[in-house]
Structures are given as C-alpha cells and as structure tokens.
Write a protein that binds this ligand. Structure first.
Ligand code: SF4
Length: 207
C-alpha cells in the first residue's frame, strides 16, 4: 500500500456484519490493521461501526478484501446506516436474525438527506435501543412492531412512537423501504428524519 502523504483517502464504515453481538475476530482485525499506519486510529461510533480511511484509488480492492474475511463495508455520510442490533441472546431464529439481515441488505447505504439510523431488537427488552433511533423495529413473538421518530441526541431527546404493529417480515421490509424512499425523495437537504417527520406528519408514512 502506498503510505505517502499525498495519497487521497476516503473514509468508509466497517463492522463484522449482523450476528450475535457486534464482534470482530482476529482475522478481521489483522486485515484492518494492514491498512493502518502505526500512528493512525480507528474511530468507534455509537452505531456499531468503525470508521477507517483507505486510499481512494484502491477502494474497490480493499473493500473486496475486507468482505472476504466477513467484514461488512458501508459509506459514511448521508446514507442509511447499517442496522444497529441487539445481541440476539435468545437465539438466531427466535429473535429474527435472518429478518434483520434481509432488512439491512435492503436499506443500508441508501442515500438520504441526513444520516438515518435504524435499530433492530429481537424482543421487547429492547437492547438494540429501537425507541431512540429514527426507525426502530421490535420483534414481538412472531411479528414485528415498527417505531419512528426516536431522537437520542439533544436536550429535546424523545422516544419514538409506534407506527405499525404485528407486521410480517415482508410487510416490515415494504414499510421500511417505503419510509426510506419517501424521506430520500421528499426530505430537504440535511433535514434530519426527526424534523422531516414533524414537517410532513406521521400519517404520510402510511398513506
Ligand atoms: S433485545 Fe431481547 S433478544 Fe435481543 S439481546 Fe436483548 S434480551 Fe436478548
């Protein structure tokens, strides 16, 4: 790798993908460290992602290498973040891990007016903190509840409210994809989802 100062770098987000907890194995850590100088640092975000800067001209090859060891790579900026999840402590199927993976596959990395945070939790205990995210999903027995409008930051922090309940996986995918598309098309530049929702009203999300 060219480590010269004049190499243009690009920031990407990486994590170990959706699994039992936000974990990285030694092979993944070794692969990541190959692309870091001794004095460089990784930024750990609150949303289960690590930010790393890589040479822009080798971006494709590095992402391919990262993915070959099971790392998931996402863009940084005004995109849908990868799904923040709970640890699925009660089991993969019981807590809907395949549904979380499919939803993540469908929406993560899509461009939106402002970073959009989506959180998934496998039971009502809510370890994935879905109520504090722009969009939150909570598995309730065999179905899914969908919450919107959580705001974790600021003095005016708020919990999200229930938008739809008892959804099947397909209904969940459709509803979330529709909300993301609506926000992408109608949100103003750099308008947060929280503000967007206040401006257009919750009813628009289900009309
Ligand atoms: S939300 Fe439920 S399934 Fe997920 S880690 Fe917490 S207790 Fe376990």
């Amino acid at each position: 790798m060219n480590r010269g100062d004049n190499v243009k770098k690009i920031k990407i987000a990486i994590n170990g993908g959706i699994g039992f907890g936000a974990k990285l194995n030694s092979k993944q850590l070794i692969t990541i460290s190959k692309y870091m100088n001794d004095d460089e640092e990784l930024e750990l975000t609150t949303f289960q992602q690590l930010y790393i800067e890589i040479p822009e001209d080798k971006k494709e090859a590095i992402i391919e290498e990262f993915e070959s060891v099971g790392l998931a790579c996402y863009p940084v900026g005004n995109f849908v973040k990868s799904l923040k999840t709970c640890n699925f402590c009660k089991g993969e199927i019981e807590e809907g891990m395949p549904v979380a993976k499919e939803l993540n596959q469908r929406i993560a990395g899509k461009p939106v007016p402002f970073t959009l945070k989506v959180a998934y939790t496998g039971c009502p205990i809510g370890c994935g903190e879905p109520m504090l995210s722009d969009i939150g999903i909570m598995k309730m027995k065999d179905h899914y509840n969908l919450y919107v409008g959580g705001k974790a930051k600021g003095k005016d922090a708020e919990v999200g409210t229930l938008l739809l309940e008892n959804l099947t996986p397909e209904e969940l995918y459709d509803s979330v994809e529709k909300i993301v598309a609506l926000y992408a098309q109608n949100g103003k530049k750099r308008e947060t989802f929280y503000k967007f929702l206040r401006r257009i009203g919750r009813e628009q999300l289900i009309s």
